[in-house]
Each structure stands twice: as C-alpha cells, then as structure tokens.
Write a protein that binds this ligand. Sequence first.
Ligand code: MN
Ligand code: MN
Length: 356
Amino acid sequence: MLADRRTLTQFLIEERRRHPAASGQLNALILNVALACRVIARRVAHGALEGVLGTAATTNVQGETQAKLDVLANEIFLRTSEWGGVVAGMVSEEMEEPYAIPDHYPRGKYLLVFDPLDGSSNIDVNVSVGSIFSILRSPHPGEAADPSQFLQPGVEQVCAGYAIYGPSTMLVLTVGTGVYGFTLEPEIGEFILTHPSIRIAPETHEFAINASNVRFWEPAVKRYVDECLAGRAGPRGKDFNMRWIASLVCETHRILMRGGVFLYPRDSKEPAKPGRLRLLYEANPVAFIVEQAGGAATNGYQPIREVVPASLHQRIGFIFGSRDEVERIVRYHRDHNERPYDAALFGQRGLFRGTA
Ligand code: MN
Ligand code: MN
C-alpha cells in the first residue's frame, strides 16, 4: 500500500527539499499537530465507551458550555506541541489567554493557533467533528509570546489545516503550495496522501446557511438566498440544493470535495457579536485553505485574510467557497450599500416571509 503512496512525513520532507529556505521546525510542528489529531480521533471514535461524551461543568471564554471533549482535545493539543522547542506560544478557542510554554521547554519560532474540537455540539449525536489549526511566525523567535503577537492578519499564516473525524479521519493542510489531503490508515497510524492538489470547482449549485436566522440577515444575503431558492425560474436560471451540518470543518470539507458556498454572515441577531465564527481559530485557517484550493473567502466586505484582528477571540461574518458564488455575494454586499434590497425589483417575492 505504501509503495505508491506518500506518508505525511515524506510529503513534508519532500516539500521542504523543494523550498530550501523552509524550516525543519515547521515540519516538526505539523507532525506534532498531526499526532494530536490522531489521538483526538481515537478518543472521538470510542465515544460513550470512554465516557467522553456530554458536557463538562465549565464554560469557555466565550461563555459557551464546553463539551468534555473540548477540554480533552485542548489538553491533547497543548501536550503534543509544548515540548518540541518549535512554538513560542499557543492560543486556542478554549483558553482566555495564550498558553504559557513551561519554563523547562525551549521556545521556538512559531505561534500555534487552534480550535481543538470544531462542531462539538455534534458529538453527542455522533456526527463528524474536527480540529482546525493555523501557524504564524513569532515576531520574537525564542521568546515567550505575548497576546498581541497573535493578532496577525490571515495573510501572514505559514500553514493552516484541519482534521476531520468522520467515517475516515483525514488531515487537510496547506503550506501555501496548494491543498493536500491525507487519510489516516488506522492500523499503522499514518496519514497517507490520498488527495493531492485539491481544487474547489468555481461553479456550484449548493449553498449552506442557517436559514433560521433569516430575519436577522442583511439585504445582500437575503437577495442571494432568495435568488438561489427561486431556482430555475429565478434570476439564476438553475436549481440549488441547501446543506447545513453546523460544523465548520464538515462544511469546509464538503466544499473542498465537491464545491459549494457557505455563509455565516454578519447579522443583527447579537449586535455585540459581528458574526458567529472566530477569526483566528476558524475563519483565517479555512480562508487560507480555500484560497489555496482556488476558492474565495470574505466577510462580505473584505477578504477574510486581510482583516487585522483586534482581539484573540474576535468573531466575524464568514462566507467562503466556490469563487464565482463568493464574488457574486461580495457584489451584492457592495450593491446594497447604495440601494436597499427590494425583492420585487429582482423579479420575485421574498421566498421567506419577511424578506419581501
Ligand atoms: Mn469551532
Ligand atoms: Mn471548538
């Protein structure tokens, strides 16, 4: 089986050979993260047998109830990555402040940013979950990182990836040379390259949005969804399918595999939270992967990766996927800055009540 396939380790070493300036530290860090993902995959797979389902009696920094596996997965990421001398600091969705690397370990030149368990509300219903990570350069290699050093725009990422714990476990990553997917061979415990050079189809007829928020949407989003729902008879002239898994990793993976567009836009539901997803742990790494696969990622007004983070746990509206659709949605955002959305003007009534 290994004769004609490459392991993650071989892939990373060969990539590094092609880029002589690349650091061995980066490969070491990616392999540490891959180990964390393998360990989490085992815990997830054992489910109720190991008593890891259900909620922990704690809330995270965002005031959300933590699943037991949120806490466990966070610990696993910290333990597998703190010792290697390759990170100067780590920050996660589950920790208010950056993690301080213990004094007896050397500090390296990278910052590791992660969502240890994405979609954890899916755990108890046995639907796929994942982990998301992003790697930045430390502005002061070898020194302990302070919180402000993590506030780099997504264009500064040197690597981003996710693991998906589904029917098979996969690791999908980019180091800025395209997107590569590895499938975990569970018997030998190796990630094997199975999806070289993943590309997102530019066109699609599939969109994903939480339609229960329709009454909070901005005009551009209402228009886009109305037009999709109008199908063949509407301005798009084709029928669309809708999907919603409520796990960013799963939505991302589906879009990488067969195209589509995902929207969790800024809305008026909680004005204090402009969007639902986290810029550092979710939107930036997914945006890097999606762009490397030929897709696009925006908050509707600006490419995600150009947004300069103001705080570690900042949330943002997030729209990504097939390039043509994302460009259309950006255009609608621009249009409806100047003129309000009037469904009748676009040849239809609003299909959801309250949108007309
Ligand atoms: Mn998440
Ligand atoms: Mn999470």
